[in-house]
Design a protein around this ligand. Sequence first.
Ligand code: DGY
Length: 331
Amino acid sequence: MEKSNVVIIGDLPQTVLERLEEEAELRVWNKPEAIPYDTLMAWLKDAEGLLSRGDIQVNDNILAQAPNLRVIAQSSAGYDNIDIDACTRRSIPFGNTPEVLNDATADLTYGLLLSAARKITEGSEFVKRGKWKSPFDVPMGVDLYGKTLGIVGMGNIGRAVARRAQASGMNIVYHNRKVNEVNESMGAVYATFEELLANSDFIVVLVPLNNHTRGLFGKEEFRQMKSSAYFINASRGSVVNTNELFDALVSEQIAYAALDVTDPEPINMAHPIMSLKNVLITPHIGSAAIETRTRMAHLAVDNILAGLEGKPLPACVNEEVNFCLTNYKGD
Ligand code: DGY
């Protein structure tokens, strides 16, 4: 049987690539500096599957170049780079990789919080630069025990962060669009957005990026926080206005920011926020653990293979298209 054509943007773990290779003819666009963009566009013309990557915009323009596409998948939970309506209009199912990264992302998010609070990275730099001369003159952190952690966007990843924080003796408040019974049952307390900003010692952001959350944190929100507040963003960089975060940190309106995501990515090294001491930045590594990334890649391949076979995707975002596949009984 003839194999379907699949275009892959970016790299996949070798074992996952081999699994997909058994079922499909692959074209891998993983070296934009060596393979021209026009070549990718040419490949898309007869592609039936597309395994995309978060830094490529999949919109009407790109979909118009790919008239034979039957499925798109991406090895990430977030899909703010995908125009879901444009996929749905073309009856193309789009699959992401939720859940399999929850614990890894929660570990990293809580790791940022812990590292920021207890000055772990500062402590390490302090030692490496030979500044460790006395037990009394060391970087000083703050306690977690008894402090309030406010989680904005508390779903499964937020709950996994909350469990870790509860183990440190923190109290949890959260803000979602509405009260969530599962959050309440684990002892998290609902707060309005304003209450959460005003009362939290640590604020963790885990909202998806969309039209409601773009620029959610700016001058006004930082003004409402405690001057001792630690702000941790593990969602998407554009949820925060970076210039206004910089101003809030410089003017000591808030104490510290720990960011796993920036706008843009990679961050502009000339941005003044890079020179601040009270900022910790990691390169979007929430899910970057070998086992987790491998699970994500396998799920992305499961989504592609299901779509090529005309079956429902195991993790589909535009469920209306998946529903049609579920109920399709053949011509
Ligand atoms: C996700 O899966 O959305 C993570 O942020 C990694 O991109």
